[in-house]
Design a protein around this ligand. Structure first.
Ligand SMILES: [Zn+2]
Length: 359
């Protein structure tokens, strides 16, 4: 790369908090493409139009920063902080300008060493943490849960990438030492990818419940599938399963309501072809998401079955030796929380229950 060649457009922008002129940078539009998108939306690779930029990692430049006051936010929030109808920026600014000494110390620690000309994993982590810490300065009920979900998810991705590269520059090891120290001031600081993912899923669950961005059922169900994927990656298959069940249940309820709506509009004589097509299109989008949730559930169950099978076989042998019959063993296995599909696989379908003289 020659010294003048760069994919960046530098721009002096007014910091929305302190009003200082802060130089920040855009990446030239359409100069790269994301590739190898993972199931939690992580772009595992980038394809630059100009190959000589291939060592520049776009994710490192997602957040903008003001060196004098250390305010850090996404490019969009930095440029147009109050554009969203539900923006909490005015509150955020108030809390940021009135930080307690300990909070100021954390912001100073994270923001003391940022240099976009020498951007690397460690600085990118600090920018991500600054953005999180600043958004979390405001009380829970006015936090932007959707943004926080995405900030934690992005932070988890950085840790995943650095680990996948086997920490070539030792910056992951450095981060771990730094995080250990920082967590004395900031005890909730996430220190691993799994920590970040659990935080992301937790905030996204709050967003699902109340954030205006997910008011529409299709967007909300899509988010819930993402939450399930994140929980799976964080090793919590129980919570993943609960999220997938939510998708199935709300989807079924929604479909039933739609059928009722069609029936009522038909009766009233105002169901036009266009209206019917509109209802069907939304129903189809929900069906696609329910199918996806169903597939994810099935794959979790399969994995659990593989895990549980040796123990289940052992238990069956033990109970058989004790003289229990198949149906008694089936009840015992249910009590021990073995997967119903595994019980059927090992013991066959249950015999039909006898009706005790009811007829
Ligand atoms: Zn500033």
């Amino acid at each position: 790369m020659t010294s003048e060649k760069s994919p960046f457009i530098k721009k002096k922008v007014v910091c929305p908090v302190c009003g200082a002129q802060a130089e920040n940078r855009f990446i030239m539009p359409k100069s790269y493409m994301e590739k190898d998108i993972e199931s939690d939306r992580h772009p595992a690779g980038f394809k630059w139009l100009d190959e000589s930029f291939k060592n520049i990692h776009p994710s490192f430049y997602h957040f903008w920063h003001c060196p004098p006051c250390k305010y850090t936010a996404s490019q969009r929030d930095f440029l147009k902080p109050t554009e969203d109808a539900n923006s909490n920026f005015s509150q955020l600014k108030k809390y940021f300008l009135r930080m307690q000494p300990m909070q100021k110390q954390i912001v100073q620690l994270l923001g003391s060493d940022i240099n976009y000309d020498k951007m690397n994993f460690a600085m990118a982590m600090n920018l991500h943490f600054l953005t999180i810490f600043i958004q979390e300065l405001v009380p829970g009920e006015i936090r932007d849960t959707s943004k926080l979900g995405s900030y934690y998810l992005r932070t988890g991705w950085l840790l995943r990438e650095q680990k996948a590269k086997s920490d070539p520059d030792g910056l992951l090891a450095g981060f771990e030492t730094f995080a250990e120290k920082l967590s004395k001031l900031w005890p909730e600081l996430p220190k691993s990818e799994a920590d970040c993912l659990k935080k992301a899923a937790g905030y996204y669950e709050l967003a699902y419940q109340g954030h205006p961005r997910y008011a529409d059922i299709v967007t909300a169900s899509d988010l819930m599938i993402l939450i399930a994927d994140i929980y799976l990656r964080a090793g919590d298959s129980k919570k993943a399963m609960q999220s997938l069940n939510t998708v199935m249940q709300t989807g079924q309820k929604f479909r039933a309501k739609q059928q009722e709506l069609i029936r009522l509009e038909k009766e009233a004589g105002n169901l036009t072809i266009a209206r019917k097509a509109q209802i069907d299109a939304q129903g189809n989008r929900i069906n696609v998401l329910m199918e996806k949730a169903g597939e994810m559930r099935q794959s979790i169950i399969k994995e659990r079955m593989v895990e549980q099978e040796p123990k289940a076989v052992q238990t069956i042998e033990k109970l058989t030796a004790q003289g229990l019959d198949t149906e008694e063993i089936r009840e015992k296995l249910k009590e021990l929380n073995f997967e119903p599909q595994l019980i059927t696989k090992l013991l066959g379908e249950p015999k039909k229950k006898k009706f005790l003289g009811l007829f």
